[in-house]
Design a binder for this molecule. Structure first.
Ligand SMILES: NC(=O)c1ccc[n+]([C@@H]2O[C@H](COP(=O)([O-])OP(=O)(O)OC[C@H]3O[C@@H](n4cnc5c(N)ncnc54)[C@H](O)[C@@H]3O)[C@@H](O)[C@H]2O)c1
Length: 285
């Protein structure tokens, strides 16, 4: 099989936090690329709207399913992964751990000196770091290499790509503004989780990588954004362009492009791709 044929294979993909924002865009671009997708989110109305209305055509074709899931409850994660696996007839090819608390600052302009930030710290860790571990753990039995995969043309080591897990991290793992300790630490923790998993899951035929977005405006990727007719262009200012050596602001599609590359990149494992328009390389001031 040629690499072109391999990369056009339809994959079974779970996306967490896919009701809105970057996650919704990932789901849409994966479906448009010919994959099947199962979406998790905690926001029931937003999730139902995203799948049955925003993605109506794909929903009617049976290519996208969904379940309300609280990523902070491991039992919920396990039962919803079982439900997704049934939707996919027992085989999951890709897990994208995208869902999480995306706001990087402590609430109400607090600093870490304020004791009430402790509960927020726990929420960041459980949602952004423990959940990707628990999601991955629950998916492994449905992803790992099976005997039936190992004929001469399709063996795990001969696959162009094979199954993979993608963590959606953040450039904040490397660079903070003040008062982002909980978010930054949870995202830096994802880097350690990713590199450890890339080694441990290798023998199971599963690759693990991380995509770290920079600043991406996502208000238009939501029910409210659709109702108000919001656009990506309308949210970005001159500063959003000037902040980036690429001379443009980041789009949700930039994250989808990186994920689609990694899904088909069979010799790429244990890497962190920062998709920030070069902002991390730019001197401030
Ligand atoms: N947008 C950016 O500028 C940016 C930058 C760097 C990293 N990221 C990362 O990208 C990912 C998506 O961010 P976004 O900007 O689209 O944010 P968003 O808030 O629009 O989307 C996050 C989604 O996760 C879901 N979620 C949150 N807690 C959950 C829980 N307990 N259980 C299930 N679902 C839950 C939300 O309901 C929401 O649909 C996050 O991991 C975020 O940290 C975003």
């Amino acid at each position: 099989m040629s690499s072109t044929q391999e990369s056009s294979e339809s994959k079974n993909i779970i996306v967490s936090g896919g009701a809105r924002g970057i996650g919704r865009a990932l789901v849409r671009y994966f479906l448009e690329a010919g994959h099947r997708v199962f979406v998790f989110d905690i926001q029931e109305d937003e999730l139902q709207y995203a799948v049955t209305k925003h993605l109506e055509k794909h929903y009617k074709n049976g290519n996208v399913g969904y379940a309300v899931c609280n990523l902070r409850h491991v039992d919920d994660i396990r039962s919803k992964v079982d439900q997704a696996a049934k939707f996919f007839d027992g085989k999951i090819d890709v897990l994208v751990n995208n869902g999480g608390i995306a706001s990087p600052y402590w609430k109400d302009d607090k600093t870490m000196e304020a004791k009430e930030t402790y509960d927020q710290w726990v929420a960041y860790m459980e949602t952004n770091l423990t959940a990707p571990f628990a999601m991955s753990q629950a998916c492994i039995p449905f992803m790992k290499h099976r005997e039936s995969d190992s004929d001469n043309s399709q063996g795990a080591h001969k696959h162009i790509a094979g199954p993979c897990i993608l963590h959606v991290g953040s450039f904040r793992a490397h660079q903070s503004d003040p008062n982002q300790e909980g978010y930054a630490a949870s995202k830096a923790g994802q880097l350690g989780l990713m590199q450890a998993m890339s080694i441990s899951l290798g023998p199971l035929g599963i690759r693990t990588n991380l995509v770290a977005p920079g600043r991406i405006k996502v208000g238009h990727e939501s029910k409210e954004g659709d109702e108000k007719g919001d656009t990506w262009e309308g949210q970005n200012t001159e500063k959003d362009i000037d902040d980036h050596p690429t001379n443009r602001a980041g789009r949700p599609k930039d994250i989808a492009d990186a994920c689609l590359y990694l899904i088909n990149a069979g010799f790429v494992n244990g890497v962190d791709i920062t998709v920030d328009g070069g902002a991390l390389r730019k001197k401030s001031g």
